[in-house]
Ligand binder design. Structure first.
Ligand SMILES: Cc1ncc(COP(=O)(O)O)c(C=O)c1O
Length: 464
């Protein structure tokens, strides 16, 4: 942490706008028609009908001038492109993982890795697996067991590392199924489904020791690895003086490999990768990469995107960037708190999560309170959040029952380097207005059409 930022208590924004994209607030009657047509599903709204888009921090960041300049140098050779080698070397230098396979985005990487590591009935314990990750593990015939610590399941418990893995639960899971039936242990850094919460290095070391001691591999879902490293620096004793790249290296030294959606911390519109230390596995992963993604030196990415990704990996570990990034989420959380909007605390890295059940205490849990809040925020001010709760988590594959998650959240994800203070003030005003007006007295929601698969993307709703 640079001393200046702390001492002066001023927020330093380490970039300025050079190219802008116009946005527009459409009038209330149009917003009501839009949300009705969308079946009360945020994913069915056209982006031009949204004023502040907090649907995701994935692929929505602003690229830097250096990334744009790098893109001009993109080498589009089918095999052995210079841009691939720049990307692989940058990633190797940062993480120490020697074998890198690009993929078109995070879920492409998940498909590649799980198609090789997961066999029928194999188990993948981890900390609140992300939805596409869980779906890919299940698609390959496997099962996820959530081993997140209990503090990570409560929106009000203060804990510096709510993404941590419960070591006893992990040990019991490995013993119950037997190490041979554990495909690998997955640590998601930071933990998106749990509210963007970090995992401590102490916990990463302990998981690694426990799993490796039983002959089980450990992988990261590394989409937000740099934000996780920043929280370690800020909150974990002994790391205050380490640089972000040093912390990142120590994190990756504990694992056998990773999948990564590069649309988050690597700040590119599109891309991902799988990386491993295991040469044999690398050779095996080349096959699904070629089948599903593209030749193993581009994996569905263009040369220009690989250049932007390599540059993004260098920018995201810069401390002034991370100081600004994390303080922006924290500021949004603080302002929401001040007007009485119930949020998950402490605020995580990439988003602020509003607790849907506490926002709408009169709405029954199975009537999707967090989804309702997303709808009301769109109606009030064309702000587009997303639900991370009962809708997203889906049904139990064994009995088809709706799963009731520990938290039902309305996520306000912050695109990187895109919105400033005025935009966030507007968002707070919209949430506050919903809380104070008839928006807060609405009835809950039920499915109009529930579609199978990853239902939250495609299903439609109506008011109960
Ligand atoms: C933790 C995590 N893992 C994996 C993914 C999937 O990545 P992608 O959207 O690039 O397929 C996401 C996307 O949001 C994520 O947050």
């Amino acid at each position: 942490m640079s001393g200046n930022h702390r001492e002066s208590n001023r927020q330093i924004v380490p970039f300025k706008a050079k190219v802008i994209e116009p946005i527009r607030l459409i009038p209330l009657d149009e917003r009501l028609a839009v949300i009705e047509r969308a079946g009360l599903n945020m994913f069915n709204i056209r982006a031009e009908d949204v004023y502040i888009d907090l649907l995701t921090d994935s692929g929505t960041g602003s690229i830097s001038n250096a990334q744009l300049a790098g893109m001009m140098m993109g080498d589009e050779s089918y095999a052995g492109s210079r841009s691939f080698h720049r990307l692989a070397e940058t990633f190797q230098n940062l993480t120490g993982l020697p074998y890198v396979l690009p993929s078109h985005q995070g879920r492409g990487a998940e498909k590649v890795l799980n198609s090789v590591l997961v066999k029928k009935n194999r188990v993948v314990p981890g900390n609140s697996h992300f939805d596409t990750t869980k779906a890919h593990i299940e698609f390959a015939g496997g099962r996820c067991v959530d081993c997140t610590i209990k503090e990570g399941k409560s929106s009000q418990t203060m804990h510096p590392f709510k993404g941590n893995v419960d070591l006893e639960k992990l040990r019991a899971t490995i013993d119950e199924f037997g190490p041979k039936n554990i495909a690998y242990v997955l640590i998601t850094v930071t933990c998106n489904s749990g509210g963007g919460q970090p995992v401590s290095l102490e916990n990463i070391h302990a998981v690694s020791e426990l799993a490796h001691g039983k002959g089980v591999r450990v992988y990261f879902d590394a989409a937000r690895f740099a934000e996780n490293a920043y929280f370690i620096k800020e909150r974990e004793a002994g790391y205050e003086k380490k640089t972000i790249p040093q912390i990142v290296r120590e994190m990756f030294d504990c694992v056998d490999g990773c999948t990564m959606s590069s649309k988050k911390d690597a700040i590119v519109p599109m891309g991902g990768l799988v990386a491993t230390r295991d040469q044999g596995l690398y050779e095996a992963l080349k096959v699904p990469t070629i089948l599903f993604e593209g030749f193993f030196t581009y994996g569905g990415m263009s040369g220009l995107m690989m250049e932007a990704l390599a540059q993004g990996l260098e920018e995201v570990v810069q401390e002034d960037y991370l100081v600004h990034r994390i303080s922006q989420s924290r500021m949004l959380g603080k302002w929401l708190n001040e007007v009485g909007v119930p949020i998950v605390e402490p605020v995580g890295g990439h988003a602020v999560f509003i607790d849907g059940r506490r926002f709408f205490p009169h709405v029954p849990e199975d009537q999707f309170p967090a989804q309702l809040l997303c709808v009301e925020m769109y109606k009030e001010g064309a702000v587009r959040p997303v639900e991370v709760g009962s809708n997203l988590i889906g049904r139990d594959p064994d009995n088809g029952d709706n799963i009731r998650p520990a938290l039902d959240l309305c996520r306000l994800a912050l695109p990187r380097r895109v919105y400033g203070k005025e935009h966030l003030e507007y968002v707070v005003d919209v949430a506050d207005t919903v809380r104070k007006t008839e928006g807060s007295r609405r009835s809950g929601l039920m499915f109009d059409k529930e579609l199978p698969g990853i239902r939250h993307f495609v299903s439609t709703f109506k008011y109960v």
